[in-house]
Design a protein. Sequence first.
Length: 410
Amino acid sequence: MLETLLIAANSFISICYFIIAFLILMPFLRGQQKTSLVLATISVFFSCGLGHGGHVLMMVSSSNQHSLLLKFQVGVDLITAGIAITYIALRRYYSFLVDAPLLLNQAQDKLEFANAELKNINAKLEFKASQLEATLHELRHTQAQLIQNEKMSALGQLVAGIAHEINNPVNFIYGNITHVTQYIQGLMDLLICYRHEYPNTTLLLQNKVEPIDIEFIITDLPKLLSSIKVGTQRIRDIVLSLRTFSRLDEASMKAVNLHEGIESTLLILQSRLKTKAGIEIQVIKNYSELPKIECYPGQLNQVFMNILCNAIDALEITSDKSKPIIQIRTELNEQKRVVIAIADNGQGIPESIGARIFDPFFTTKPVGQGTGLGLSTSYQIVVDKHRGNIKFTSVTGKTEFLIEIPLNQS
């Protein structure tokens, strides 16, 4: 009876070992909990199951001499089974401790992957932000250029129209003033001859001569005609300067005398060459011998106008008691590039705004007195249109703009 009970107990224990081994093996085969500890546990349970199965076969075939040994083995196996069942029951509670290194490595891998993805997203966002900033900057430049081009186009048409309307009557006056002078000179010579031949005038002639002061007229009339001729010549020069400055018929690139453009700009600004205090602004010109320069004449004249206007504005607000001076210098450097330097002895440009001076719409002038487009447009004309360079240096008492453009654009 006891032997039968032992055989049944060993058979039950062997089946339990195999069931436990298979229960652990199934998640292992699905890729879950693939650790060396789990594999060792599976091997132990399979070994125990096979051992107890062998014991059952031994007990069935052996004699009574081995009953004590078998009882001892059964007791040990029962204890092993109890420990194994307890291990499986508690496995769910301390599996985290067993698999902690693997879980930690997996978490670190996921964290590194997430960090890499985050860095990638940040890089893309920074690239997009830089693209947007560049696009915004380009749009602002384009807007400034369109506004300035439209303004200069309208101004050029207006100037050309006014110059044409003034030019016709002025040419009529200038062309006839020489003949008028000759006619009047002849009449005065005839009058002098009459007075010499007929010194004794009648009472009627005396009454006509005395109110008009004939002596004064004879002396002053040539001076008056000369003044009229000088005035008409001055008007012709201004009209020519307006036409030279606008250059509507020279929108394409061509070779021109750079000094003519500077002189025409100075002539247009002649009325502004005086400070608010009434002090005359002295313009010192130091021109070098320059060949004709291939450029867009009207656009370069616009650059000269913008820089000279800024220099005049700076001299008008300066509190220095020294005489206001604008210096213009031209030269051809060793790289066959033309250098135009325009300097003034005003109060200078503060270092805090020096980096923004060529930005569109940046101005230090009060509202309504400046658009902030002058130097920005000048930068585009020199750098983009003429493949040149424009920069400035400024200290207290001197600001100098240096414009450098190639002698030939081809």
